[in-house]
Design a protein around this ligand. Structure first.
Ligand code: CA
Length: 624
């Protein structure tokens, strides 16, 4: 007791003399650890704490050299440039900071790289399933909400609040996804979003979607935290799935720890008064564009509560790139979907993509470039156009094909409309270096749901699913589309992000199971399943060539073929059945005398004329 009173008195004296206030400290180091044996030997540590920038740093560890210490405008930061030689042994580095008589030591772990799969990529052989973890399945009710988080709510009755879904829940449904024919899983972002409820459009909304990061090195504990994510990826890999992580480089959440004490003013894009991006990507891709317009498009903020990162600041760039590498190495991520791709500094994006590809050559990267035409879409991926800036992004989300498929199903057939739209989009593939690396889709978490867009028409649904799973590209399906979840974004996007029925304790219906689905839902599920399974076993649909014929009278025919197989897809978008004369397809059909209908398993003995039911797409494997 006496001793503690004495300590207290000494401490009070120290505080009074200002000695304690001047003591430097290290509270955070990012990345939180690293590995030996990475191909790139360089590492830049962000060191944060009171007066951390005033310390003189030394590292004494065989193979590790501290090349340079950078200070920042804010004395609470130091950036340490390290190089780690290939022969360095795993272990704990002691980072020593000295100032006058003060010396402090902070451990930093260099791990050995494990042999578990990582950076395996996704290809056209895959079938991606996109789910919002908060809305898919709740496997652990104990993590639904936490009193110590900025938003401590969870309430399934409120469409804008968190609903409690998590990684444990998703892990429980891998068998369901396997059965459906899915081979890769993409979640909306899983990083910590310790954001308060935010007033958006007059309603208080949570960050359940995950796009406002608050700590790059923490998976949100409401999803299960870092360990649950690691466990999920392992279980998914063991079951043969690939895992796609959703990256956000453009912005962070207002509650990100670093925003509370910025290292430097230009960590963010600063404006004299709040400036929103114009969302007009043409100002970047336009050869006649004005610098002012480009500046607003790229450096304006996406929304007021998502501060815009300045990726031309090399410290920001290193911070983001190292986080991407850390995520692949730590969790075993196989591919990246990149949010708001067009709003990022494009030279930065190339650097970031290249860093990932250098370390993990098979990794796939596909960004969200929500454009309405092929030229602009090509700008943001590897292309064959003579743009002054050349993107090195291997893939991209195919927004042009998405809208063309919907138009093809919504519009009446005419010279340029109806199924001509789909045909014409593919006819412009010459702009891409490799269009088979684009990720195709019929809907996602930001769009109206597919079934509603096509008027709740199951025949049109089957045509769309058939195109998705047989044309070129890497198909992706938005969760629930296989069980006919529908809705427009009216009155809000929460309508297209409803809970998967059966994923949550107390659900009255369980649509993960055949018995819980209606006949119509089972028909849709079985349709997707049958075609996805056929696709998985048919390389002609992944890497085979595509040949399409001019649409005529509302019909559209294309072939996927390789040395082993020729698959014919024949679409009739008319309301009445017709007989398709196949003579003009001889170029691909010569030598084939019969076919198997992949969806019904029926044989077709005569290929001269094919019966096409009203509003249908036949998938025929040709037999010689
Ligand atoms: Ca939960």
């Amino acid at each position: 007791m006496k001793k503690s009173i004495l300590s207290l008195i000494i401490m009070l004296q120290l505080v009074g003399s200002g000695v304690l206030a001047q003591q430097a400290a290290i509270q955070r180091i990012n990345p939180t650890n690293w590995w030996v044996g990475m191909k790139n030997p360089n590492l830049q540590l962000l060191v944060y704490g009171p007066d951390a920038g005033s310390l003189t740093y030394t590292i004494n560890y065989p193979g590790v050299r501290l090349l340079k210490t950078h200070t920042a405008e804010n004395p609470n930061y130091a950036f340490l440039d390290l190089t780690i030689s290939p022969a360095t042994k795993p272990g704990t580095i002691k980072i020593v900071g000295k100032r006058g008589s003060q010396m402090l030591t902070q451990p930093f772990v260099l791990k050995a790289r494990d042999k578990s799969p990582k950076g395996q990529g996704v290809t056209a052989a895959d079938f991606i399933y996109l789910a919002m973890p908060d809305r898919f399945a709740n496997g652990d009710e104990s993590n639904d909400k936490f009193a110590d988080m900025a938003d401590s709510n969870a309430d399934r009755a409120n469409p804008f609040y968190r609903h409690g879904g998590d990684l444990a829940g998703a892990a429980q449904h891998l068998d369901y996804l396997k059965d459906l024919g899915v081979t890769a899983i993409w979640f909306t972002p899983v990083l910590e979003n310790n954001q308060p409820l935010t007033n958006e459009g007059g309603a208080m909304r949570s960050a359940y979607h995950g796009y406002g990061f608050t700590d790059h090195y923490a998976i949100d504990k409401r999803l299960g935290g870092n360990e649950a994510y690691k466990a999920f990826v392992k279980k998914a890999h063991d079951a043969g799935f690939r895992v796609v992580q959703d990256a956000v480089y453009n912005h962070v959440g207002v509650n990100h720890w670093i925003l509370k004490d910025l290292p430097m003013k230009n960590w963010l894009h600063q404006w004299p008064t709040y400036t929103n991006t114009s969302y007009k990507y043409q100002s970047v891709t336009d050869p006649h564009g004005a610098e002012r317009d480009r500046h607003v498009m790229l450096d304006g903020w996406f929304v007021p509560f998502l501060p815009d990162l300045n990726q031309s600041n090399p410290f920001v760039a290193n911070f983001l790139i190292q986080h991407a590498l850390w995520s692949v190495e730590n969790f075993g991520v196989d591919a990246w979907r990149v949010d708001t791709y067009m709003y990022n500094d494009q030279p930065f994006m190339n650097r970031c993509n290249q860093a990932l590809l250098d370390e993990y050559p098979k990794i796939h990267i596909f960004g969200e470039s929500w454009v309405n035409n092929v030229v602009d879409q090509a700008y943001y991926t590897r292309n064959k156009i003579d743009f002054p800036f050349k993107s090195n992004q291997p893939g991209g989300l195919d927004f042009v094909l998405y809208s063309s498929m919907l138009d093809a199903l919504k519009q009446k057939f005419s010279w340029d409309d109806g199924v001509n739209r789909f045909y014409q989009a593919l006819a412009q593939d010459a702009v891409y270096q490799d269009p088979t690396r684009l990720v195709t889709f019929l809907d996602n978490h930001d769009t109206d749901r597919f079934l509603s867009v096509i008027g709740d028409d199951l025949d049109k649904y089957k045509i769309g699913i058939t195109w998705l799973l047989t044309t070129r590209g890497i198909p992706s399906l938005y969760y629930g589309t296989e069980i006919l979840m529908k809705n427009f974004k009216d009155p809000s996007d929460a309508e297209v992000r409803r809970d998967f029925p059966g994923g949550f304790p107390g659900d009255k219906e369980n649509k993960f199971e055949t018995a819980g689905r209606t006949d119509r839902e089972n028909e849709a599920f079985q349709f997707v399943r049958k075609l996805a399974t056929y696709r998985r076993n048919t390389p002609a649909l992944h890497s085979g060539k595509l040949m399409q014929f001019l649409p005529q009278d509302g019909t559209y025919v294309y072939f996927r073929y390789d040395g082993a197989k020729t698959v014919m897809v024949a679409t009739n978008t008319n309301d009445k059945e017709l007989r398709l004369d196949t003579s003009r397809f001889a170029e691909r059909m010569n030598g084939y005398s019969s076919a198997r209908n992949v969806l019904t398993d029926q044989s077709i003995g005569d290929l001269k004329q094919i019966n096409l039911p009203a509003k249908s797409a036949l998938v025929l494997e040709l037999i010689n």
